[in-house]
Design a protein around this ligand. Structure first.
Ligand code: FES
Length: 81
């Protein structure tokens, strides 16, 4: 199980323990998180869900964390804060 914190646009927070191997979207749908309907089934077609990951909290090994932040290509693909 992995604890996922969902934060809505209005800053409402809910947390659920999600079975490992379940996508963040699937976990939200299965847990009834408001605003996440998973309309396209996670095919990245409906754009109703997107996530922000605190990279220092993601549990990634040091080699997987990009030095100096995301590449230019990633910056164009992602919203980087
Ligand atoms: S279910 Fe996530 S983008 Fe469609």
């Amino acid at each position: 199980m992995t604890r996922i914190n969902y934060v809505a646009a209005n800053s409402t927070r809910v947390s659920f323990d999600i079975e490992n191997g379940t996508s963040v979207m699937q976990g939200a749908v299965l847990s009834g998180v408001d605003g996440i309907v998973g309309e396209c089934g996670g095919s990245a077609m409906c754009a109703t869900c997107h996530i922000y990951v605190a990279i220092e909290q993601a549990g990634l090994p040091a080699w997987a964390i990009p030095k100096g932040g995301p590449s230019e290509i990633r910056r164009r693909e992602l919203v980087v804060r």
